[in-house]
Design a binder for this molecule. Structure first.
Ligand code: ATP
Ligand code: MG
Ligand code: FE
Length: 340
């Protein structure tokens, strides 16, 4: 089947045409990063305005690049949460309009399920699976007994990993979003600061990154006060090592209790090279579990990942009607009527 997928939950406007949930015919991503950088983060009103300006162009380009017309489509899918309500609404309204104008079913997709399903572009997902979902707003371990079931077994108690990257990046003068640059600097430095690994040894699957962020900020402020210049590469390497250590340790602990065929690494922070390399090494020693890393280009927000999960919902006939609304704090829901 052919699905036209929409994503507009944050600062990327994206439209994709996906075949059978695993083949990308097109995936147009219009990023607004430049417009938000001078504010040091995403400004919701600015995001909404950009989505309005970009979305029809993205639809046109996605259809053209895929070389299909509305008549070739089987369904329309859209992220309806979680995210910024004003941003989500643009995608939801556009998707509804296309669906009802062309008499196509409308598939509501959870943005976080989409992130996980980016792994489908690497290989078919085999269940049970575990996802380490690390992004700008979420840090979760998600157990998936079946394709339509998501159980959060652990999550951050405060900041998300991506949020922590952006905040320490800002302290070092890096533009938003800072993750990629901090990652690059980390590879040029060494873990000399030995920042705290919060909750690392605790007997649960939860995370905490605010203590690490505070330790980082205190260290840099103290250096400023005494006129000392710290090596930014070592700072980045020390921060990254602390993040990667807790993410890897908790994930391995989870895999012991929940044996799975695949560990899926997904979300914007899944693009982190330190994390990818560490999990590659660790998973080599876990028999029966393969690491499936979301493709680098599909870790950040995009509509292709929304189309990948939409195909599952399509088979389960999970459709929405014209009353579909944006839900900024949408949580995972088990899709009804599991198909065997
Ligand atoms: P959510 O998906 O939770 O709603 P979001 O959509 O804003 O939040 P994503 O787009 O999935 O988040 O991810 C963006 C985050 O990923 C940013 O915080 C960014 O700094 C981070 N990031 C991107 N590349 C890297 C990297 N190489 N290393 C670490 N973090 C990274
Ligand atoms: Mg983004
Ligand atoms: Fe996201």
């Amino acid at each position: 089947n052919l699905i036209l997928a929409f994503e507009s939950s944050c600062d990327e406007t994206s439209v994709a045409v996906i075949e059978d949930g695993h083949q990308i015919l097109s995936n147009i991503v219009a990023t607004q990063i430049k417009s938000h950088q001078r504010f040091g983060g995403v400004v919701p009103e600015v995001a909404s305005r950009h989505h309005i300006e970009e979305i029809t162009i993205c639809i046109k380009d996605a259809l053209a690049e895929a070389n299909v017309t509305y008549d070739d489509l089987d369904a329309v899918a859209v992220t309806y949460g979680p995210g910024l309500v004003g941003a989500l609404l643009i995608g939801v309204t556009a998707a509804k309009t296309v669906a009802f104008a062309h008499n196509l079913p409308l598939i509501p997709v959870n943005h976080m399920a989409g992130h996980i399903y980016a792994a489908r572009y690497v290989e078919p997902i085999e269940f049970p699976a575990m996802a380490l979902l690390v992004s700008g707003g979420h840090t979760e371990l998600v157990y998936m007994p079946a394709e339509n079931q998501f159980e959060i077994i652990g999550e951050t108690r405060d900041d998300a990993a991506g949020e922590a990257y952006d905040k320490v990046g800002r302290v070092m003068g890096v533009n938003y979003p800072a993750g990629k640059t901090v990652d690059e600097w980390a590879h040029q430095g060494h873990d000399t600061f030995n920042f705290p690994r919060a909750m690392d040894k605790d007997d649960n699957f939860d995370f905490s990154f605010s203590g690490l962020k505070s330790a980082f900020i205190n260290t840099t402020h103290h250096a400023d006060q005494v006129g000392e210049t710290l090596d930014k590469h070592d700072l980045a390497a020390s921060f990254q090592q602390a993040v990667v250590d807790v993410l890897a340790d908790k994930t391995l602990r989870a895999l012991k209790q929940y044996p799975v065929h695949q560990l899926i690494l997904a979300g914007g922070v899944a693009a982190n090279h330190g994390l990818r390399e560490r999990l590659d090494a660790e998973l080599a020693a876990v028999p029966g579990t393969r690491l499936v890393k979301a493709p680098l280009k599909l870790c950040g927000d995009n509509a292709a990942m929304i189309g990948a999960f939409a195909e599952v919902a399509y088979r389960h006939q999970v459709f929405a009607d014209a009353t579909l609304n944006a839900d900024p704090s949408l949580e995972f829901d088990w899709v009804a009527d599991p198909v065997k």
